[in-house]
Write a new protein. Structure first.
Length: 382
């Protein structure tokens, strides 16, 4: 598909980032997958090259580019099937909370390190008993003079082991009647007493992603580390979730496209009964269906990216994209894996990892069932 979304500067950025990926990422993937964590040095290398937070203004230590460069990063990481080196999570989902809701003092304190790779971020929303229902978080933050004392547990936290900064969702007002107005956001720095990084969790996919349990036990956090006014956390979360869901959709779309490209190539080379399996009608029909789905998805996602960059409110549309693109990616990868036969069940084949990685996209950033609830509300159905 011809795309007029990107300009010449983005093409140059893509070329530079592709070289970075081929040099710094691809050779290290086996090691990262086995260790279940990405080397910190890779983060610093990405920062030095200007590939972290590419949209961040120069006054805060960023490259001063735009969100379209972030889209390039997501697409190029999908090209090499890298889902654990969470550049987009850091750059486009977590750091924007500091940029959007932090004070100038907080921005000056943290943003340059986020752009350089010296500070790796995580966001702690999910709890053992609370997933998509953010208003029901049980972690508390009780004011004590010019500090807050945090107590609670979080789970499934990406970058949980590596993180230097963790944005924590906590209740500052425990009254159930103030469920939404009682949530605040806090930036907790690694090494703070009472901030405990628990075990690294074993997962089905995203092998190189350090997903962990976190605990806060009488963890004293300065008032100066609160993001925005007390009680504004839920609104902040809802504001930034549009971009988070769009990012998930972008990554799902790019992953599906790459799997189709690689499967077509494999089917042209793999022979059965004396001819390439690409010449069998079933193969042609199935791959035609997959190609059609990714083309339709590409048109939709590029439209949303263009409108998002223009500043439009796209709560319904981004929820639709998160729902449709992740469902589509799951279907496409599953269909393509079948053509690899027994090799499609082997971890050394990228399509196998893509199959496992795709499953979580229907769960995180709000489950797809929650996306349907949001879409229905935006349609005026409830």
């Amino acid at each position: 598909m011809d795309r007029d979304l990107f300009g010449e500067d983005h093409a140059l950025f893509r070329q530079a980032f592709r070289q970075f990926v081929d040099r710094e990422v691809v050779p290290n993937q086996p090691k990262w997958n086995q260790a279940g964590i990405v080397d910190r040095s890779a983060w610093r290398a990405a920062g030095r090259a200007g590939f972290l937070c590419p949209w961040l203004e120069e006054r805060w230590g960023g490259p001063g580019a735009d969100f379209l460069c972030s889209v390039v990063v997501m697409e190029e990481m999908a090209r090499v099937y890298e889902t654990g080196f969470a550049l987009s999570l850091h750059s486009d989902i977590i750091v924007p909370y500091i940029h959007s809701f932090g004070s100038d003092e907080q921005k000056a304190r943290w943003l340059p390190g986020c752009a350089s790779g010296e500070l790796i971020t995580a966001i702690a929303m999910t709890e053992p008993g609370t997933g998509s229902d953010l208003a029901a978080v049980a972690t508390t933050a009780v004011r004590d003079g010019d500090h807050y004392v945090l107590n609670g547990a979080k789970t499934f936290i990406s970058n949980g082991i590596l993180c230097d900064l963790c944005i924590v969702v906590a209740k500052t007002d425990p009254d159930p009647k103030n469920a939404h107005r009682g949530i605040s956001l806090f930036v907790v720095e690694a090494g703070t007493a009472g901030f405990i990084k628990g075990k690294k969790l074993a997962k089905m996919g995203m092998a190189s992603q350090d997903t962990a349990e976190l605990a806060f036990e009488d963890c004293r956090v300065p008032e100066a580390n609160r993001l925005g006014p007390e009680g504004s956390g839920f609104i902040s979360l809802m504001t930034n979730l549009q971009q988070e869901r769009l990012c998930v959709a972008i990554m799902a779309q790019a992953a599906a496209e790459q799997v189709v490209v690689d499967t077509v190539r494999y089917c042209q080379e793999r022979e059965a009964f004396g001819r390439p399996i690409a010449r069998f009608q079933n193969t042609q029909f199935k791959l035609a269906e997959c190609a059609t789905k990714v083309e339709v998805g590409r048109a939709f996602i590029d439209k949303l990216v263009r409108e998002h960059v223009a500043g439009k409110q796209l709560v319904k549309e981004c929820s639709m994209a998160k729902l449709w693109q992740t469902e589509m990616a799951g279907e496409v990868v599953d269909t393509c894996l079948q053509f690899f036969g027994g090799y499609g069940y082997m971890l050394e084949f990228p399509v196998t990892r893509a199959f496992m990685d795709a499953r979580v996209q229907r769960i995180f950033a709000g489950t797809n069932e929650i996306m349907k609830v949001i879409i229905a509300k935006q349609m005026g159905l409830s």
